[in-house]
Design a protein around this ligand. Structure first.
Ligand code: FNR
Length: 384
């Protein structure tokens, strides 16, 4: 096998190994996918200042995110159905993240449950919450996350209603999945994936099935979830969750400075500048373009994180320079997982770390904590 040196190598390998309906689920955005594309492309437009003859020994990418030490300013983003990219995907990704020293965030819509991940990969991961109409279920879910030792709650605010994704509809990716004949034939050509799935009993949404009365299988689950994403979610609901959860609270899906100020007012510890990886409001601004105005609006009173389009260590450094304390990666780790399981997630993190370290050095920087806007070329980044 040719060496894997780049995130795109993992993407190509995942595409070969993961059944099309699940690969497409990860590698797509809503409607025209313009925001999905802009998330990546807008990073490329931001240029570094090349500096020379500066002692670059003793570099460190270590920092903190919501007070937690991290080996580099990265966390794994919450992604639904991760256990369909690879059998036991959430457990494998959580293990890889723990060994590398970065946080893993478990989605409400994961295949492996909170308890599975805590038992198999160890406590201390973060948990992502979707607000459902069934508030008693939310209270129980928060209590389960607490009992499992989750240290931060990531509350997603940009999915009260689902942005339409053409590929999922065409592939029959619904709950329960209704794959097309072409997709079933495609699964038959991915024996490594299929054998892995046969070897694990976990193929349902473990955080939900068996934890809501009457929801015992994929059929009853589909009826329940269809009615559960809560269109009435508002800042009062966020305040209610702030009262229920005494750990670190991170609000995900902020793209507007006005919403950033509201996030500050409800007492969150951090906010994530995010458009859900271009999967929700198609036509919204890319995350990296939205970042500077949000950083300026909250002025150090709350940690600002970012996700969307981060594909390299260079992107991590660009975001950090523009004020993001840390970035979450979604597709990059999913590609690693689909390509090579746990080893692929580790490879993804190694690639990002190496790129971050070398780019810092070539910009004349030795400490991630000292990086600021001055490492970027004026005129190449938003707000300059
Ligand atoms: C997501 N995302 C997401 N977000 C969330 O809060 N809960 C979830 O269950 C999911 N599910 C999900 C599935 C898949 C397949 C993807 C790709 C994304 C959004 C995710 O947390 C993050 O915002 C984006 O993935 C970041 O963009 P990149 O890194 O994928 O470009």
């Amino acid at each position: 096998m040719t060496p894997i040196t780049h995130i795109d190598d993992l993407r190509r390998l995942a595409r070969k190994r993961v059944p099309r309906m699940f690969y497409d689920y990860a590698d797509s955005g809503s409607w025209t996918e313009s925001t999905y594309r802009a998330n990546e492309a807008d990073f490329q437009a931001i240029k570094f200042r090349q500096r020379v003859a500066i002692n670059m020994e003793g570099r460190s990418t270590r920092t903190t995110m919501v007070g937690q030490e991290v080996a580099m300013p990265v966390a794994l983003a919450p992604t639904g159905l991760t256990g369909m990219q690879h059998a036991d995907g959430e457990i494998l990704a959580a293990r890889a993240a723990r060994k590398f020293g970065v946080p893993f965030t478990l989605s409400t819509m994961s295949i492996c449950s909170i308890e599975d991940v805590a038992e198999q990969a160890g406590a201390g991961f973060w948990f992502q919450l979707y607000v459902m109409r069934d508030r008693a279920f939310i209270e129980r879910l928060i209590a389960r996350a607490k009992a499992a030792g989750c240290t931060a709650l990531v509350l997603t605010l940009d999915l009260q209603i689902l942005g339409q994704r053409h590929k999922d509809i065409k592939n029959g990716l619904s709950t329960p999945p209704r794959p097309t004949l072409a997709n079933l034939l495609d699964i038959a050509t991915k024996p490594r994936w299929a054998l892995g799935m046969l070897a694990t009993r976990r193929r349902q949404f473990g955080n939900i099935v068996g934890h809501v009365s009457g929801v015992e299988d994929m059929g009853s689950l589909s009826e329940w979830t269809a009615s559960q994403f809560d269109p009435t979610l508002d800042w009062d609901a966020v305040r209610w969750i702030r009262r229920l959860w005494d750990g670190k609270l991170i609000l995900k899906g902020i793209l507007d400075p006005e919403d950033a100020r509201l996030a500050l007012e409800v007492g969150a510890d951090a906010l994530i500048v995010s458009n859900h990886g271009g999967r929700q409001l198609d036509g919204a601004e890319s995350s990296i373009r939205a970042l500077p105005a949000i950083v300026d609006a909250v002025r150090d009173r709350i940690e600002v994180h970012l996700d969307g389009g981060v594909r390299s260590g260079q992107d991590l450094l660009r975001a950090r320079a523009l004020g993001a304390r840390g970035c979450y990666i979604g597709r990059p780790f999913l590609y690693g997982l689909g390509a090579l399981g746990e080893a692929g997630v580790t490879r993804c993190l190694e690639i990002l770390h190496k790129e971050l370290d070398v780019t810092m050095a070539l910009c004349g920087q030795t400490r991630i904590d000292r990086v600021g806007r001055d490492i970027l070329l004026p005129g190449s980044y938003p707000g300059s």
